[in-house]
Design a binder for this molecule. Sequence first.
Ligand code: ARG
Length: 401
Amino acid sequence: MTERIVLAYSGGLDTSVAIGWIAEATGAEVIAVAVDVGQGGESLETIRQRALGCGAVEAYVADASDEFANDYCMPTLKANGLYMGHYPLVSAISRPVIVKHLVKAAREFGATTVAHGCTGKGNDQVRFEVGIQTLGPDLKCIAPVRDLALTRDKAIAYAEEKGLPIETTKKNPYSIDQNVWGRAVETGYLEDIWNGPTKDIYDYTATPEFPPAPDEVIISFEAGIPVALDGVKVTPLQAIQELNRRAGAQGVGRIDVVEDRLVGIKSREIYEAPGAMALITAHKHLEDITVEREQARFKATVGQRWSELVYDGQWFSPLKRSLDAFIDETQKYVTGDIRMTLHGGQAVVSGRRSGTSLYDFDLATYDTGDTFDQSMAKGFIELWGMSAKVASGRDIRVAGQ
Ligand code: ARG
């Protein structure tokens, strides 16, 4: 029986050429799998037909947009997942869901190998292959761009020679990856890290310098998950989509960073994640009133480690799973409403309310009604400073000898 290879197919030039390229190099049949993670753009049926036109023996489209929002974006929100404090893990969280569907398709179509279009310099090759090793340990991986010398020039020449139904003249100098959680743009002019991003780079956000009138939104959460916007019930996917639209119109969520890749390279990336950044900001503010201080401090450390694991391709790892369990436990009381104003590139919280809040007005107030016994503070401070005071006494004594 002819060997079969499942290819992660985006519909773009590289993966379209990869279909025939892999088939010629390996003698295998290629099955193209496109996964909908809310990336928008062309219809998936168009993409499916193109895969067939490029020589795939089967082409399969998986609608994973709700699954991606529920099982990948929501855990990221609960973790306040920001790699290096900036990047909301847009591409990093989409790879594991794509892997899940690739492995599923490999089983369905009897494939022995999974292929992806990543280069040998990035994080995504690691995320794909570590994920495949974990979910389908018997499956092999190949990356035509990395392993079968499929360069861009060769891809264009091949597509033209074979008359593939794919545009080869469109000149986009950037490498773009997008889904409902956000959009990532790199390479070309942006590789000079002093060059400011030009307007044409952005697609999810309008220029924040000329915003429309401020937009106030109330985001309601239940156990850390957004459940309503302005009182209207929404699914996680709808919450992200709607805030992409509203926060995007105000230019919220533009991020320009140089990040540390897993492979040891520092690289510059421009992100836009209006919905994700509005949600993370609101969620964090709700945690500020509903999560106990020590738990909150520890959770920030856990969230950072969680983000590093996810960035580094360890989505399916035991440690990531254990941290998920901790994070989930902290979300029990993260229920309530956040009011926020979206305007001029900012998402600013202006009010919060929660039935499970730890904010105690009578303790906090400086007005009459204050229930806090201030006389307790004096003794507390004595004891709190005792250890450092004893140590500094020793330092003075030793220095004087
Ligand atoms: N740097 C990001 C990451 O490693 C995004 C990678 C894909 N970016 C792109 N523009 N194609 O998660």
